[in-house]
Write a protein that binds this ligand. Structure first.
Ligand code: GLN
Length: 244
């Protein structure tokens, strides 16, 4: 089977809102497409994998971000190079924030990021919590939930992931969520987001396949995936009707 190497960043500190589920969804989905998923769980002090086809990062409390930012800074050049070379990435909330310039916490601590996304995040006393629904030009309706004090702004014009339909997203002003730069996606959608939004998962797999094997189209998946995606569509529909 053709192998796809997935780097899962800082799951010991940064998977506080179920985002580890994205790793599980991607692993299963890769197998349904006939790939051999190899997941590298990376935490501070671990050796960095020799080959990376996809990078996933989840959300975490301010304390978790303080625990990992030093190590993230040490890996910033490598991660920026991977992002510039088109490696698909999905960064959720806390890791989205640290893939920007900085996150200024409520207690005034400025946690530096690695600037994959030209964004900055500043916490306010409002905590933005609740179901989040958005419309994406590339992926259609996306659903999940958000839970963050940080409000994120673009330092330069960027493509957002989606236009907020219900909820907050990046902040209380711009009406959008997330950012897309090359094949790197940041978002405030917890869930895990990939379980109810299969188009997003397929995007990550397509780009990983293209980069490593030079093929754009995904192979026909196991018939079971069609059934799973029917259920995901129902879950997406139900979630889109949930009150904030
Ligand atoms: N600690 C950050 C904040 O509160 C990120 C939270 C998260 O990852 N859900 O904004």
């Amino acid at each position: 089977m053709r192998r796809i190497d997935v780097l899962s960043l800082y799951t010991n500190d940064m998977s506080f809102y179920g985002d580890m589920g994205n790793v599980l969804v991607i692993s299963k989905r890769l197998a349904f497409y006939g790939f051999e998923p190899v997941v590298h769980f990376y935490n501070p002090g671990d050796s960095f994998p020799d080959h990376v086809d996809m990078v996933l990062g989840g959300g975490g409390q301010d304390s978790g971000q303080k625990n990992i930012f030093g190590d993230l800074q040490k890996r910033s050049e490598k991660l920026r190079a991977l992002a510039s070379s088109g490696v698909p990435m999905l960064m959720i909330c806390g890791m989205y924030q640290l893939f920007g310039r900085y996150f200024l916490t409520n207690s005034g601590k400025k946690i530096p990021g690695i600037s994959v996304f030209d964004i900055y995040t500043e916490a306010t006393s409002d905590r933005l919590i609740g179901n989040l629904v958005e419309e994406s030009d590339r992926f259609g309706r996306l659903v999940g939930y958000e839970n963050h004090s940080g409000q994120t702004y673009f330092s330069t014009p960027l493509q957002p992931l989606g236009k907020v339909v219900s909820g907050a997203g990046n902040n209380l002003k711009d009406g959008v969520d997330g950012a897309i730069v090359n094949n790197a996606i940041g978002t405030y959608l917890h869930g895990p987001v990939l379980s109810k939004n299969p188009k997003l998962a397929d995007f990550l797999i397509e780009k990983a396949q293209l980069n490593r094997y030079g093929e754009a189209r995904l192979p026909s998946p196991s018939p079971l995936l069609g059934r799973i995606d029917e259920l995901a569509a129902k879950a997406n529909e139900a979630a889109s009707r949930r009150p904030r």
